[in-house]
Write a protein of this length. Structure first.
Length: 381
């Protein structure tokens, strides 16, 4: 009893000491989400977190507007782009300076005098949510030159089919699959979860454990790394695969495809209404870039090679762009070429977000595209 009491007192002293002497310690819990008065999913303004994971450990800072961006407003003579998207556009798993939008902004002259990009990527949102956000943003940025949408073919069609951000509840700032909040948790589990979110000492220990896990993960060849979702044949991952199959889409997925395309058209019309360009950035899945990733998915879900049509979503998007006279930049060829030319991974595994190297390739492709198709000079529109 005395030993337990002494340990508790020591932990309380350590907790108090950290809060006094390490006030800038960034909590690890990604409890940044809330819903605004319109029910849209947003990020807490001025929040700061350390996003630790077995595959990365990065800092996340949110600006006054609720975006992972700097606070500088664009100058009147600067070209201006509004960038929309989900976690890939947000820069999930990489530092802000390494994210493709930040790299592109630097390459185009920097945010102070060159191209200014308002970076509004919000994890957990779908294309229809991003259309609603664009409607709210355009009155604040009436001189926008381009609207850029980052669209991930891996899950964005499915996310729209499932309702976008409405498929999640926000519980204590965290995203939780709707209806799953607190299910099956006993008192001990609830206490443990509370400590993980609130205690600096516990989070410091977790940070150390994540660091060890990252070292262990990085020492394992990608093709040999365990993937819990594949091992358990996760139904959510199975849903994402449907967009790559030759068979007719299930009705729900087809509805998601139709809704996503309609949202693109809505964005294009809004952009044109402000005399701005609309660019659809088509971001592929890792299983389209790496044969080893695709083979592991196919084996887990029992899909024969003849059942796959890996470039089907790109053709759907290319056809929409052709029919609507829209600009679209398909990143699949460039990422495949880059993956074959280097041993450096462009996507995390088992997580499937872009690595810093992947973001670099995307930024280079965007820079080359905008160099070939430059934005109009300020005042010339």
């Amino acid at each position: 009893m005395l030993l337990a009491l002494g340990s508790l007192v020591a932990l309380l002293i350590a907790e108090a000491s950290m809060r006094v002497f390490a006030p800038t310690f960034s909590p690890l819990s990604f409890d940044l989400f809330y819903r605004d008065r319109d029910g849209q999913l947003r990020l807490e303004p001025l929040a700061r977190r350390q996003h630790a994971h077995p595959e990365w450990n990065v800092s996340v800072q949110i600006n006054r507007e609720g975006f992972r961006d700097i606070d500088a407003r664009p100058g009147g003579e600067q070209p201006l782009a509004l960038a929309l998207g989900d976690s890939l556009t947000f820069g999930w798993g990489v530092e802000y300076e390494d994210a493709f939008l930040t790299r592109l902004e630097r390459a185009m002259g920097g945010p102070q005098t060159g191209l200014r990009i308002i970076k509004t990527g919000t994890p957990g949102t779908g294309t229809t949510d991003q259309l609603a956000l664009l409607r709210n943003l355009l009155p604040q940025y009436p001189k926008v030159d381009m609207v850029l949408l980052g669209f991930n073919v891996g899950n964005d069609f499915t996310d729209v089919a499932e309702g976008g951000a409405s498929q999640f509840d926000v519980v204590d700032g965290l995203l939780v699959r709707r209806g799953a909040a607190g299910t099956g948790l006993g008192p001990l589990a609830r206490t443990t979860r509370w400590l993980k979110r609130k205690s600096y000492v516990v989070q410091l220990g977790a940070q150390w454990l994540w660091h060890r896990e990252r070292r262990r993960t990085n020492a394992i060849a990608v093709q040999d790394r365990p993937h819990a979702g594949l091992a358990q044949r996760d139904p959510w991952l199975q849903q994402f695969n449907q967009i790559h199959l030759r068979e007719p889409f299930p009705a729900r997925l087809q509805q998601g495809v139709d809704s996503a395309l309609a949202a693109f058209t809505g964005m294009q019309q809004l952009a044109r209404g402000h005399d701005a360009r609309f660019l659809l950035l088509v971001i592929p899945r890792s299983i389209q870039v790496y044969d080893t990733d695709r083979e592991r998915y196919a084996k887990a879900f029992g899909a024969a090679p003849a059942e796959w049509d890996m470039e089907r979503p790109q053709r759907i998007l290319a056809e929409w762009a052709r029919h609507n006279g829209a600009e679209a930049l398909d990143l699949l060829p460039a990422l495949r070429q880059a993956a074959s030319a280097t041993s450096e991974r462009l996507y995390y595994f088992p997580d499937s977000h872009l690595t810093s190297a992947g973001h670099r390739v995307v930024a280079e492709q965007l820079h080359a595209y905008l160099t070939q198709h430059p934005l109009a000079a300020p005042g010339s529109r």
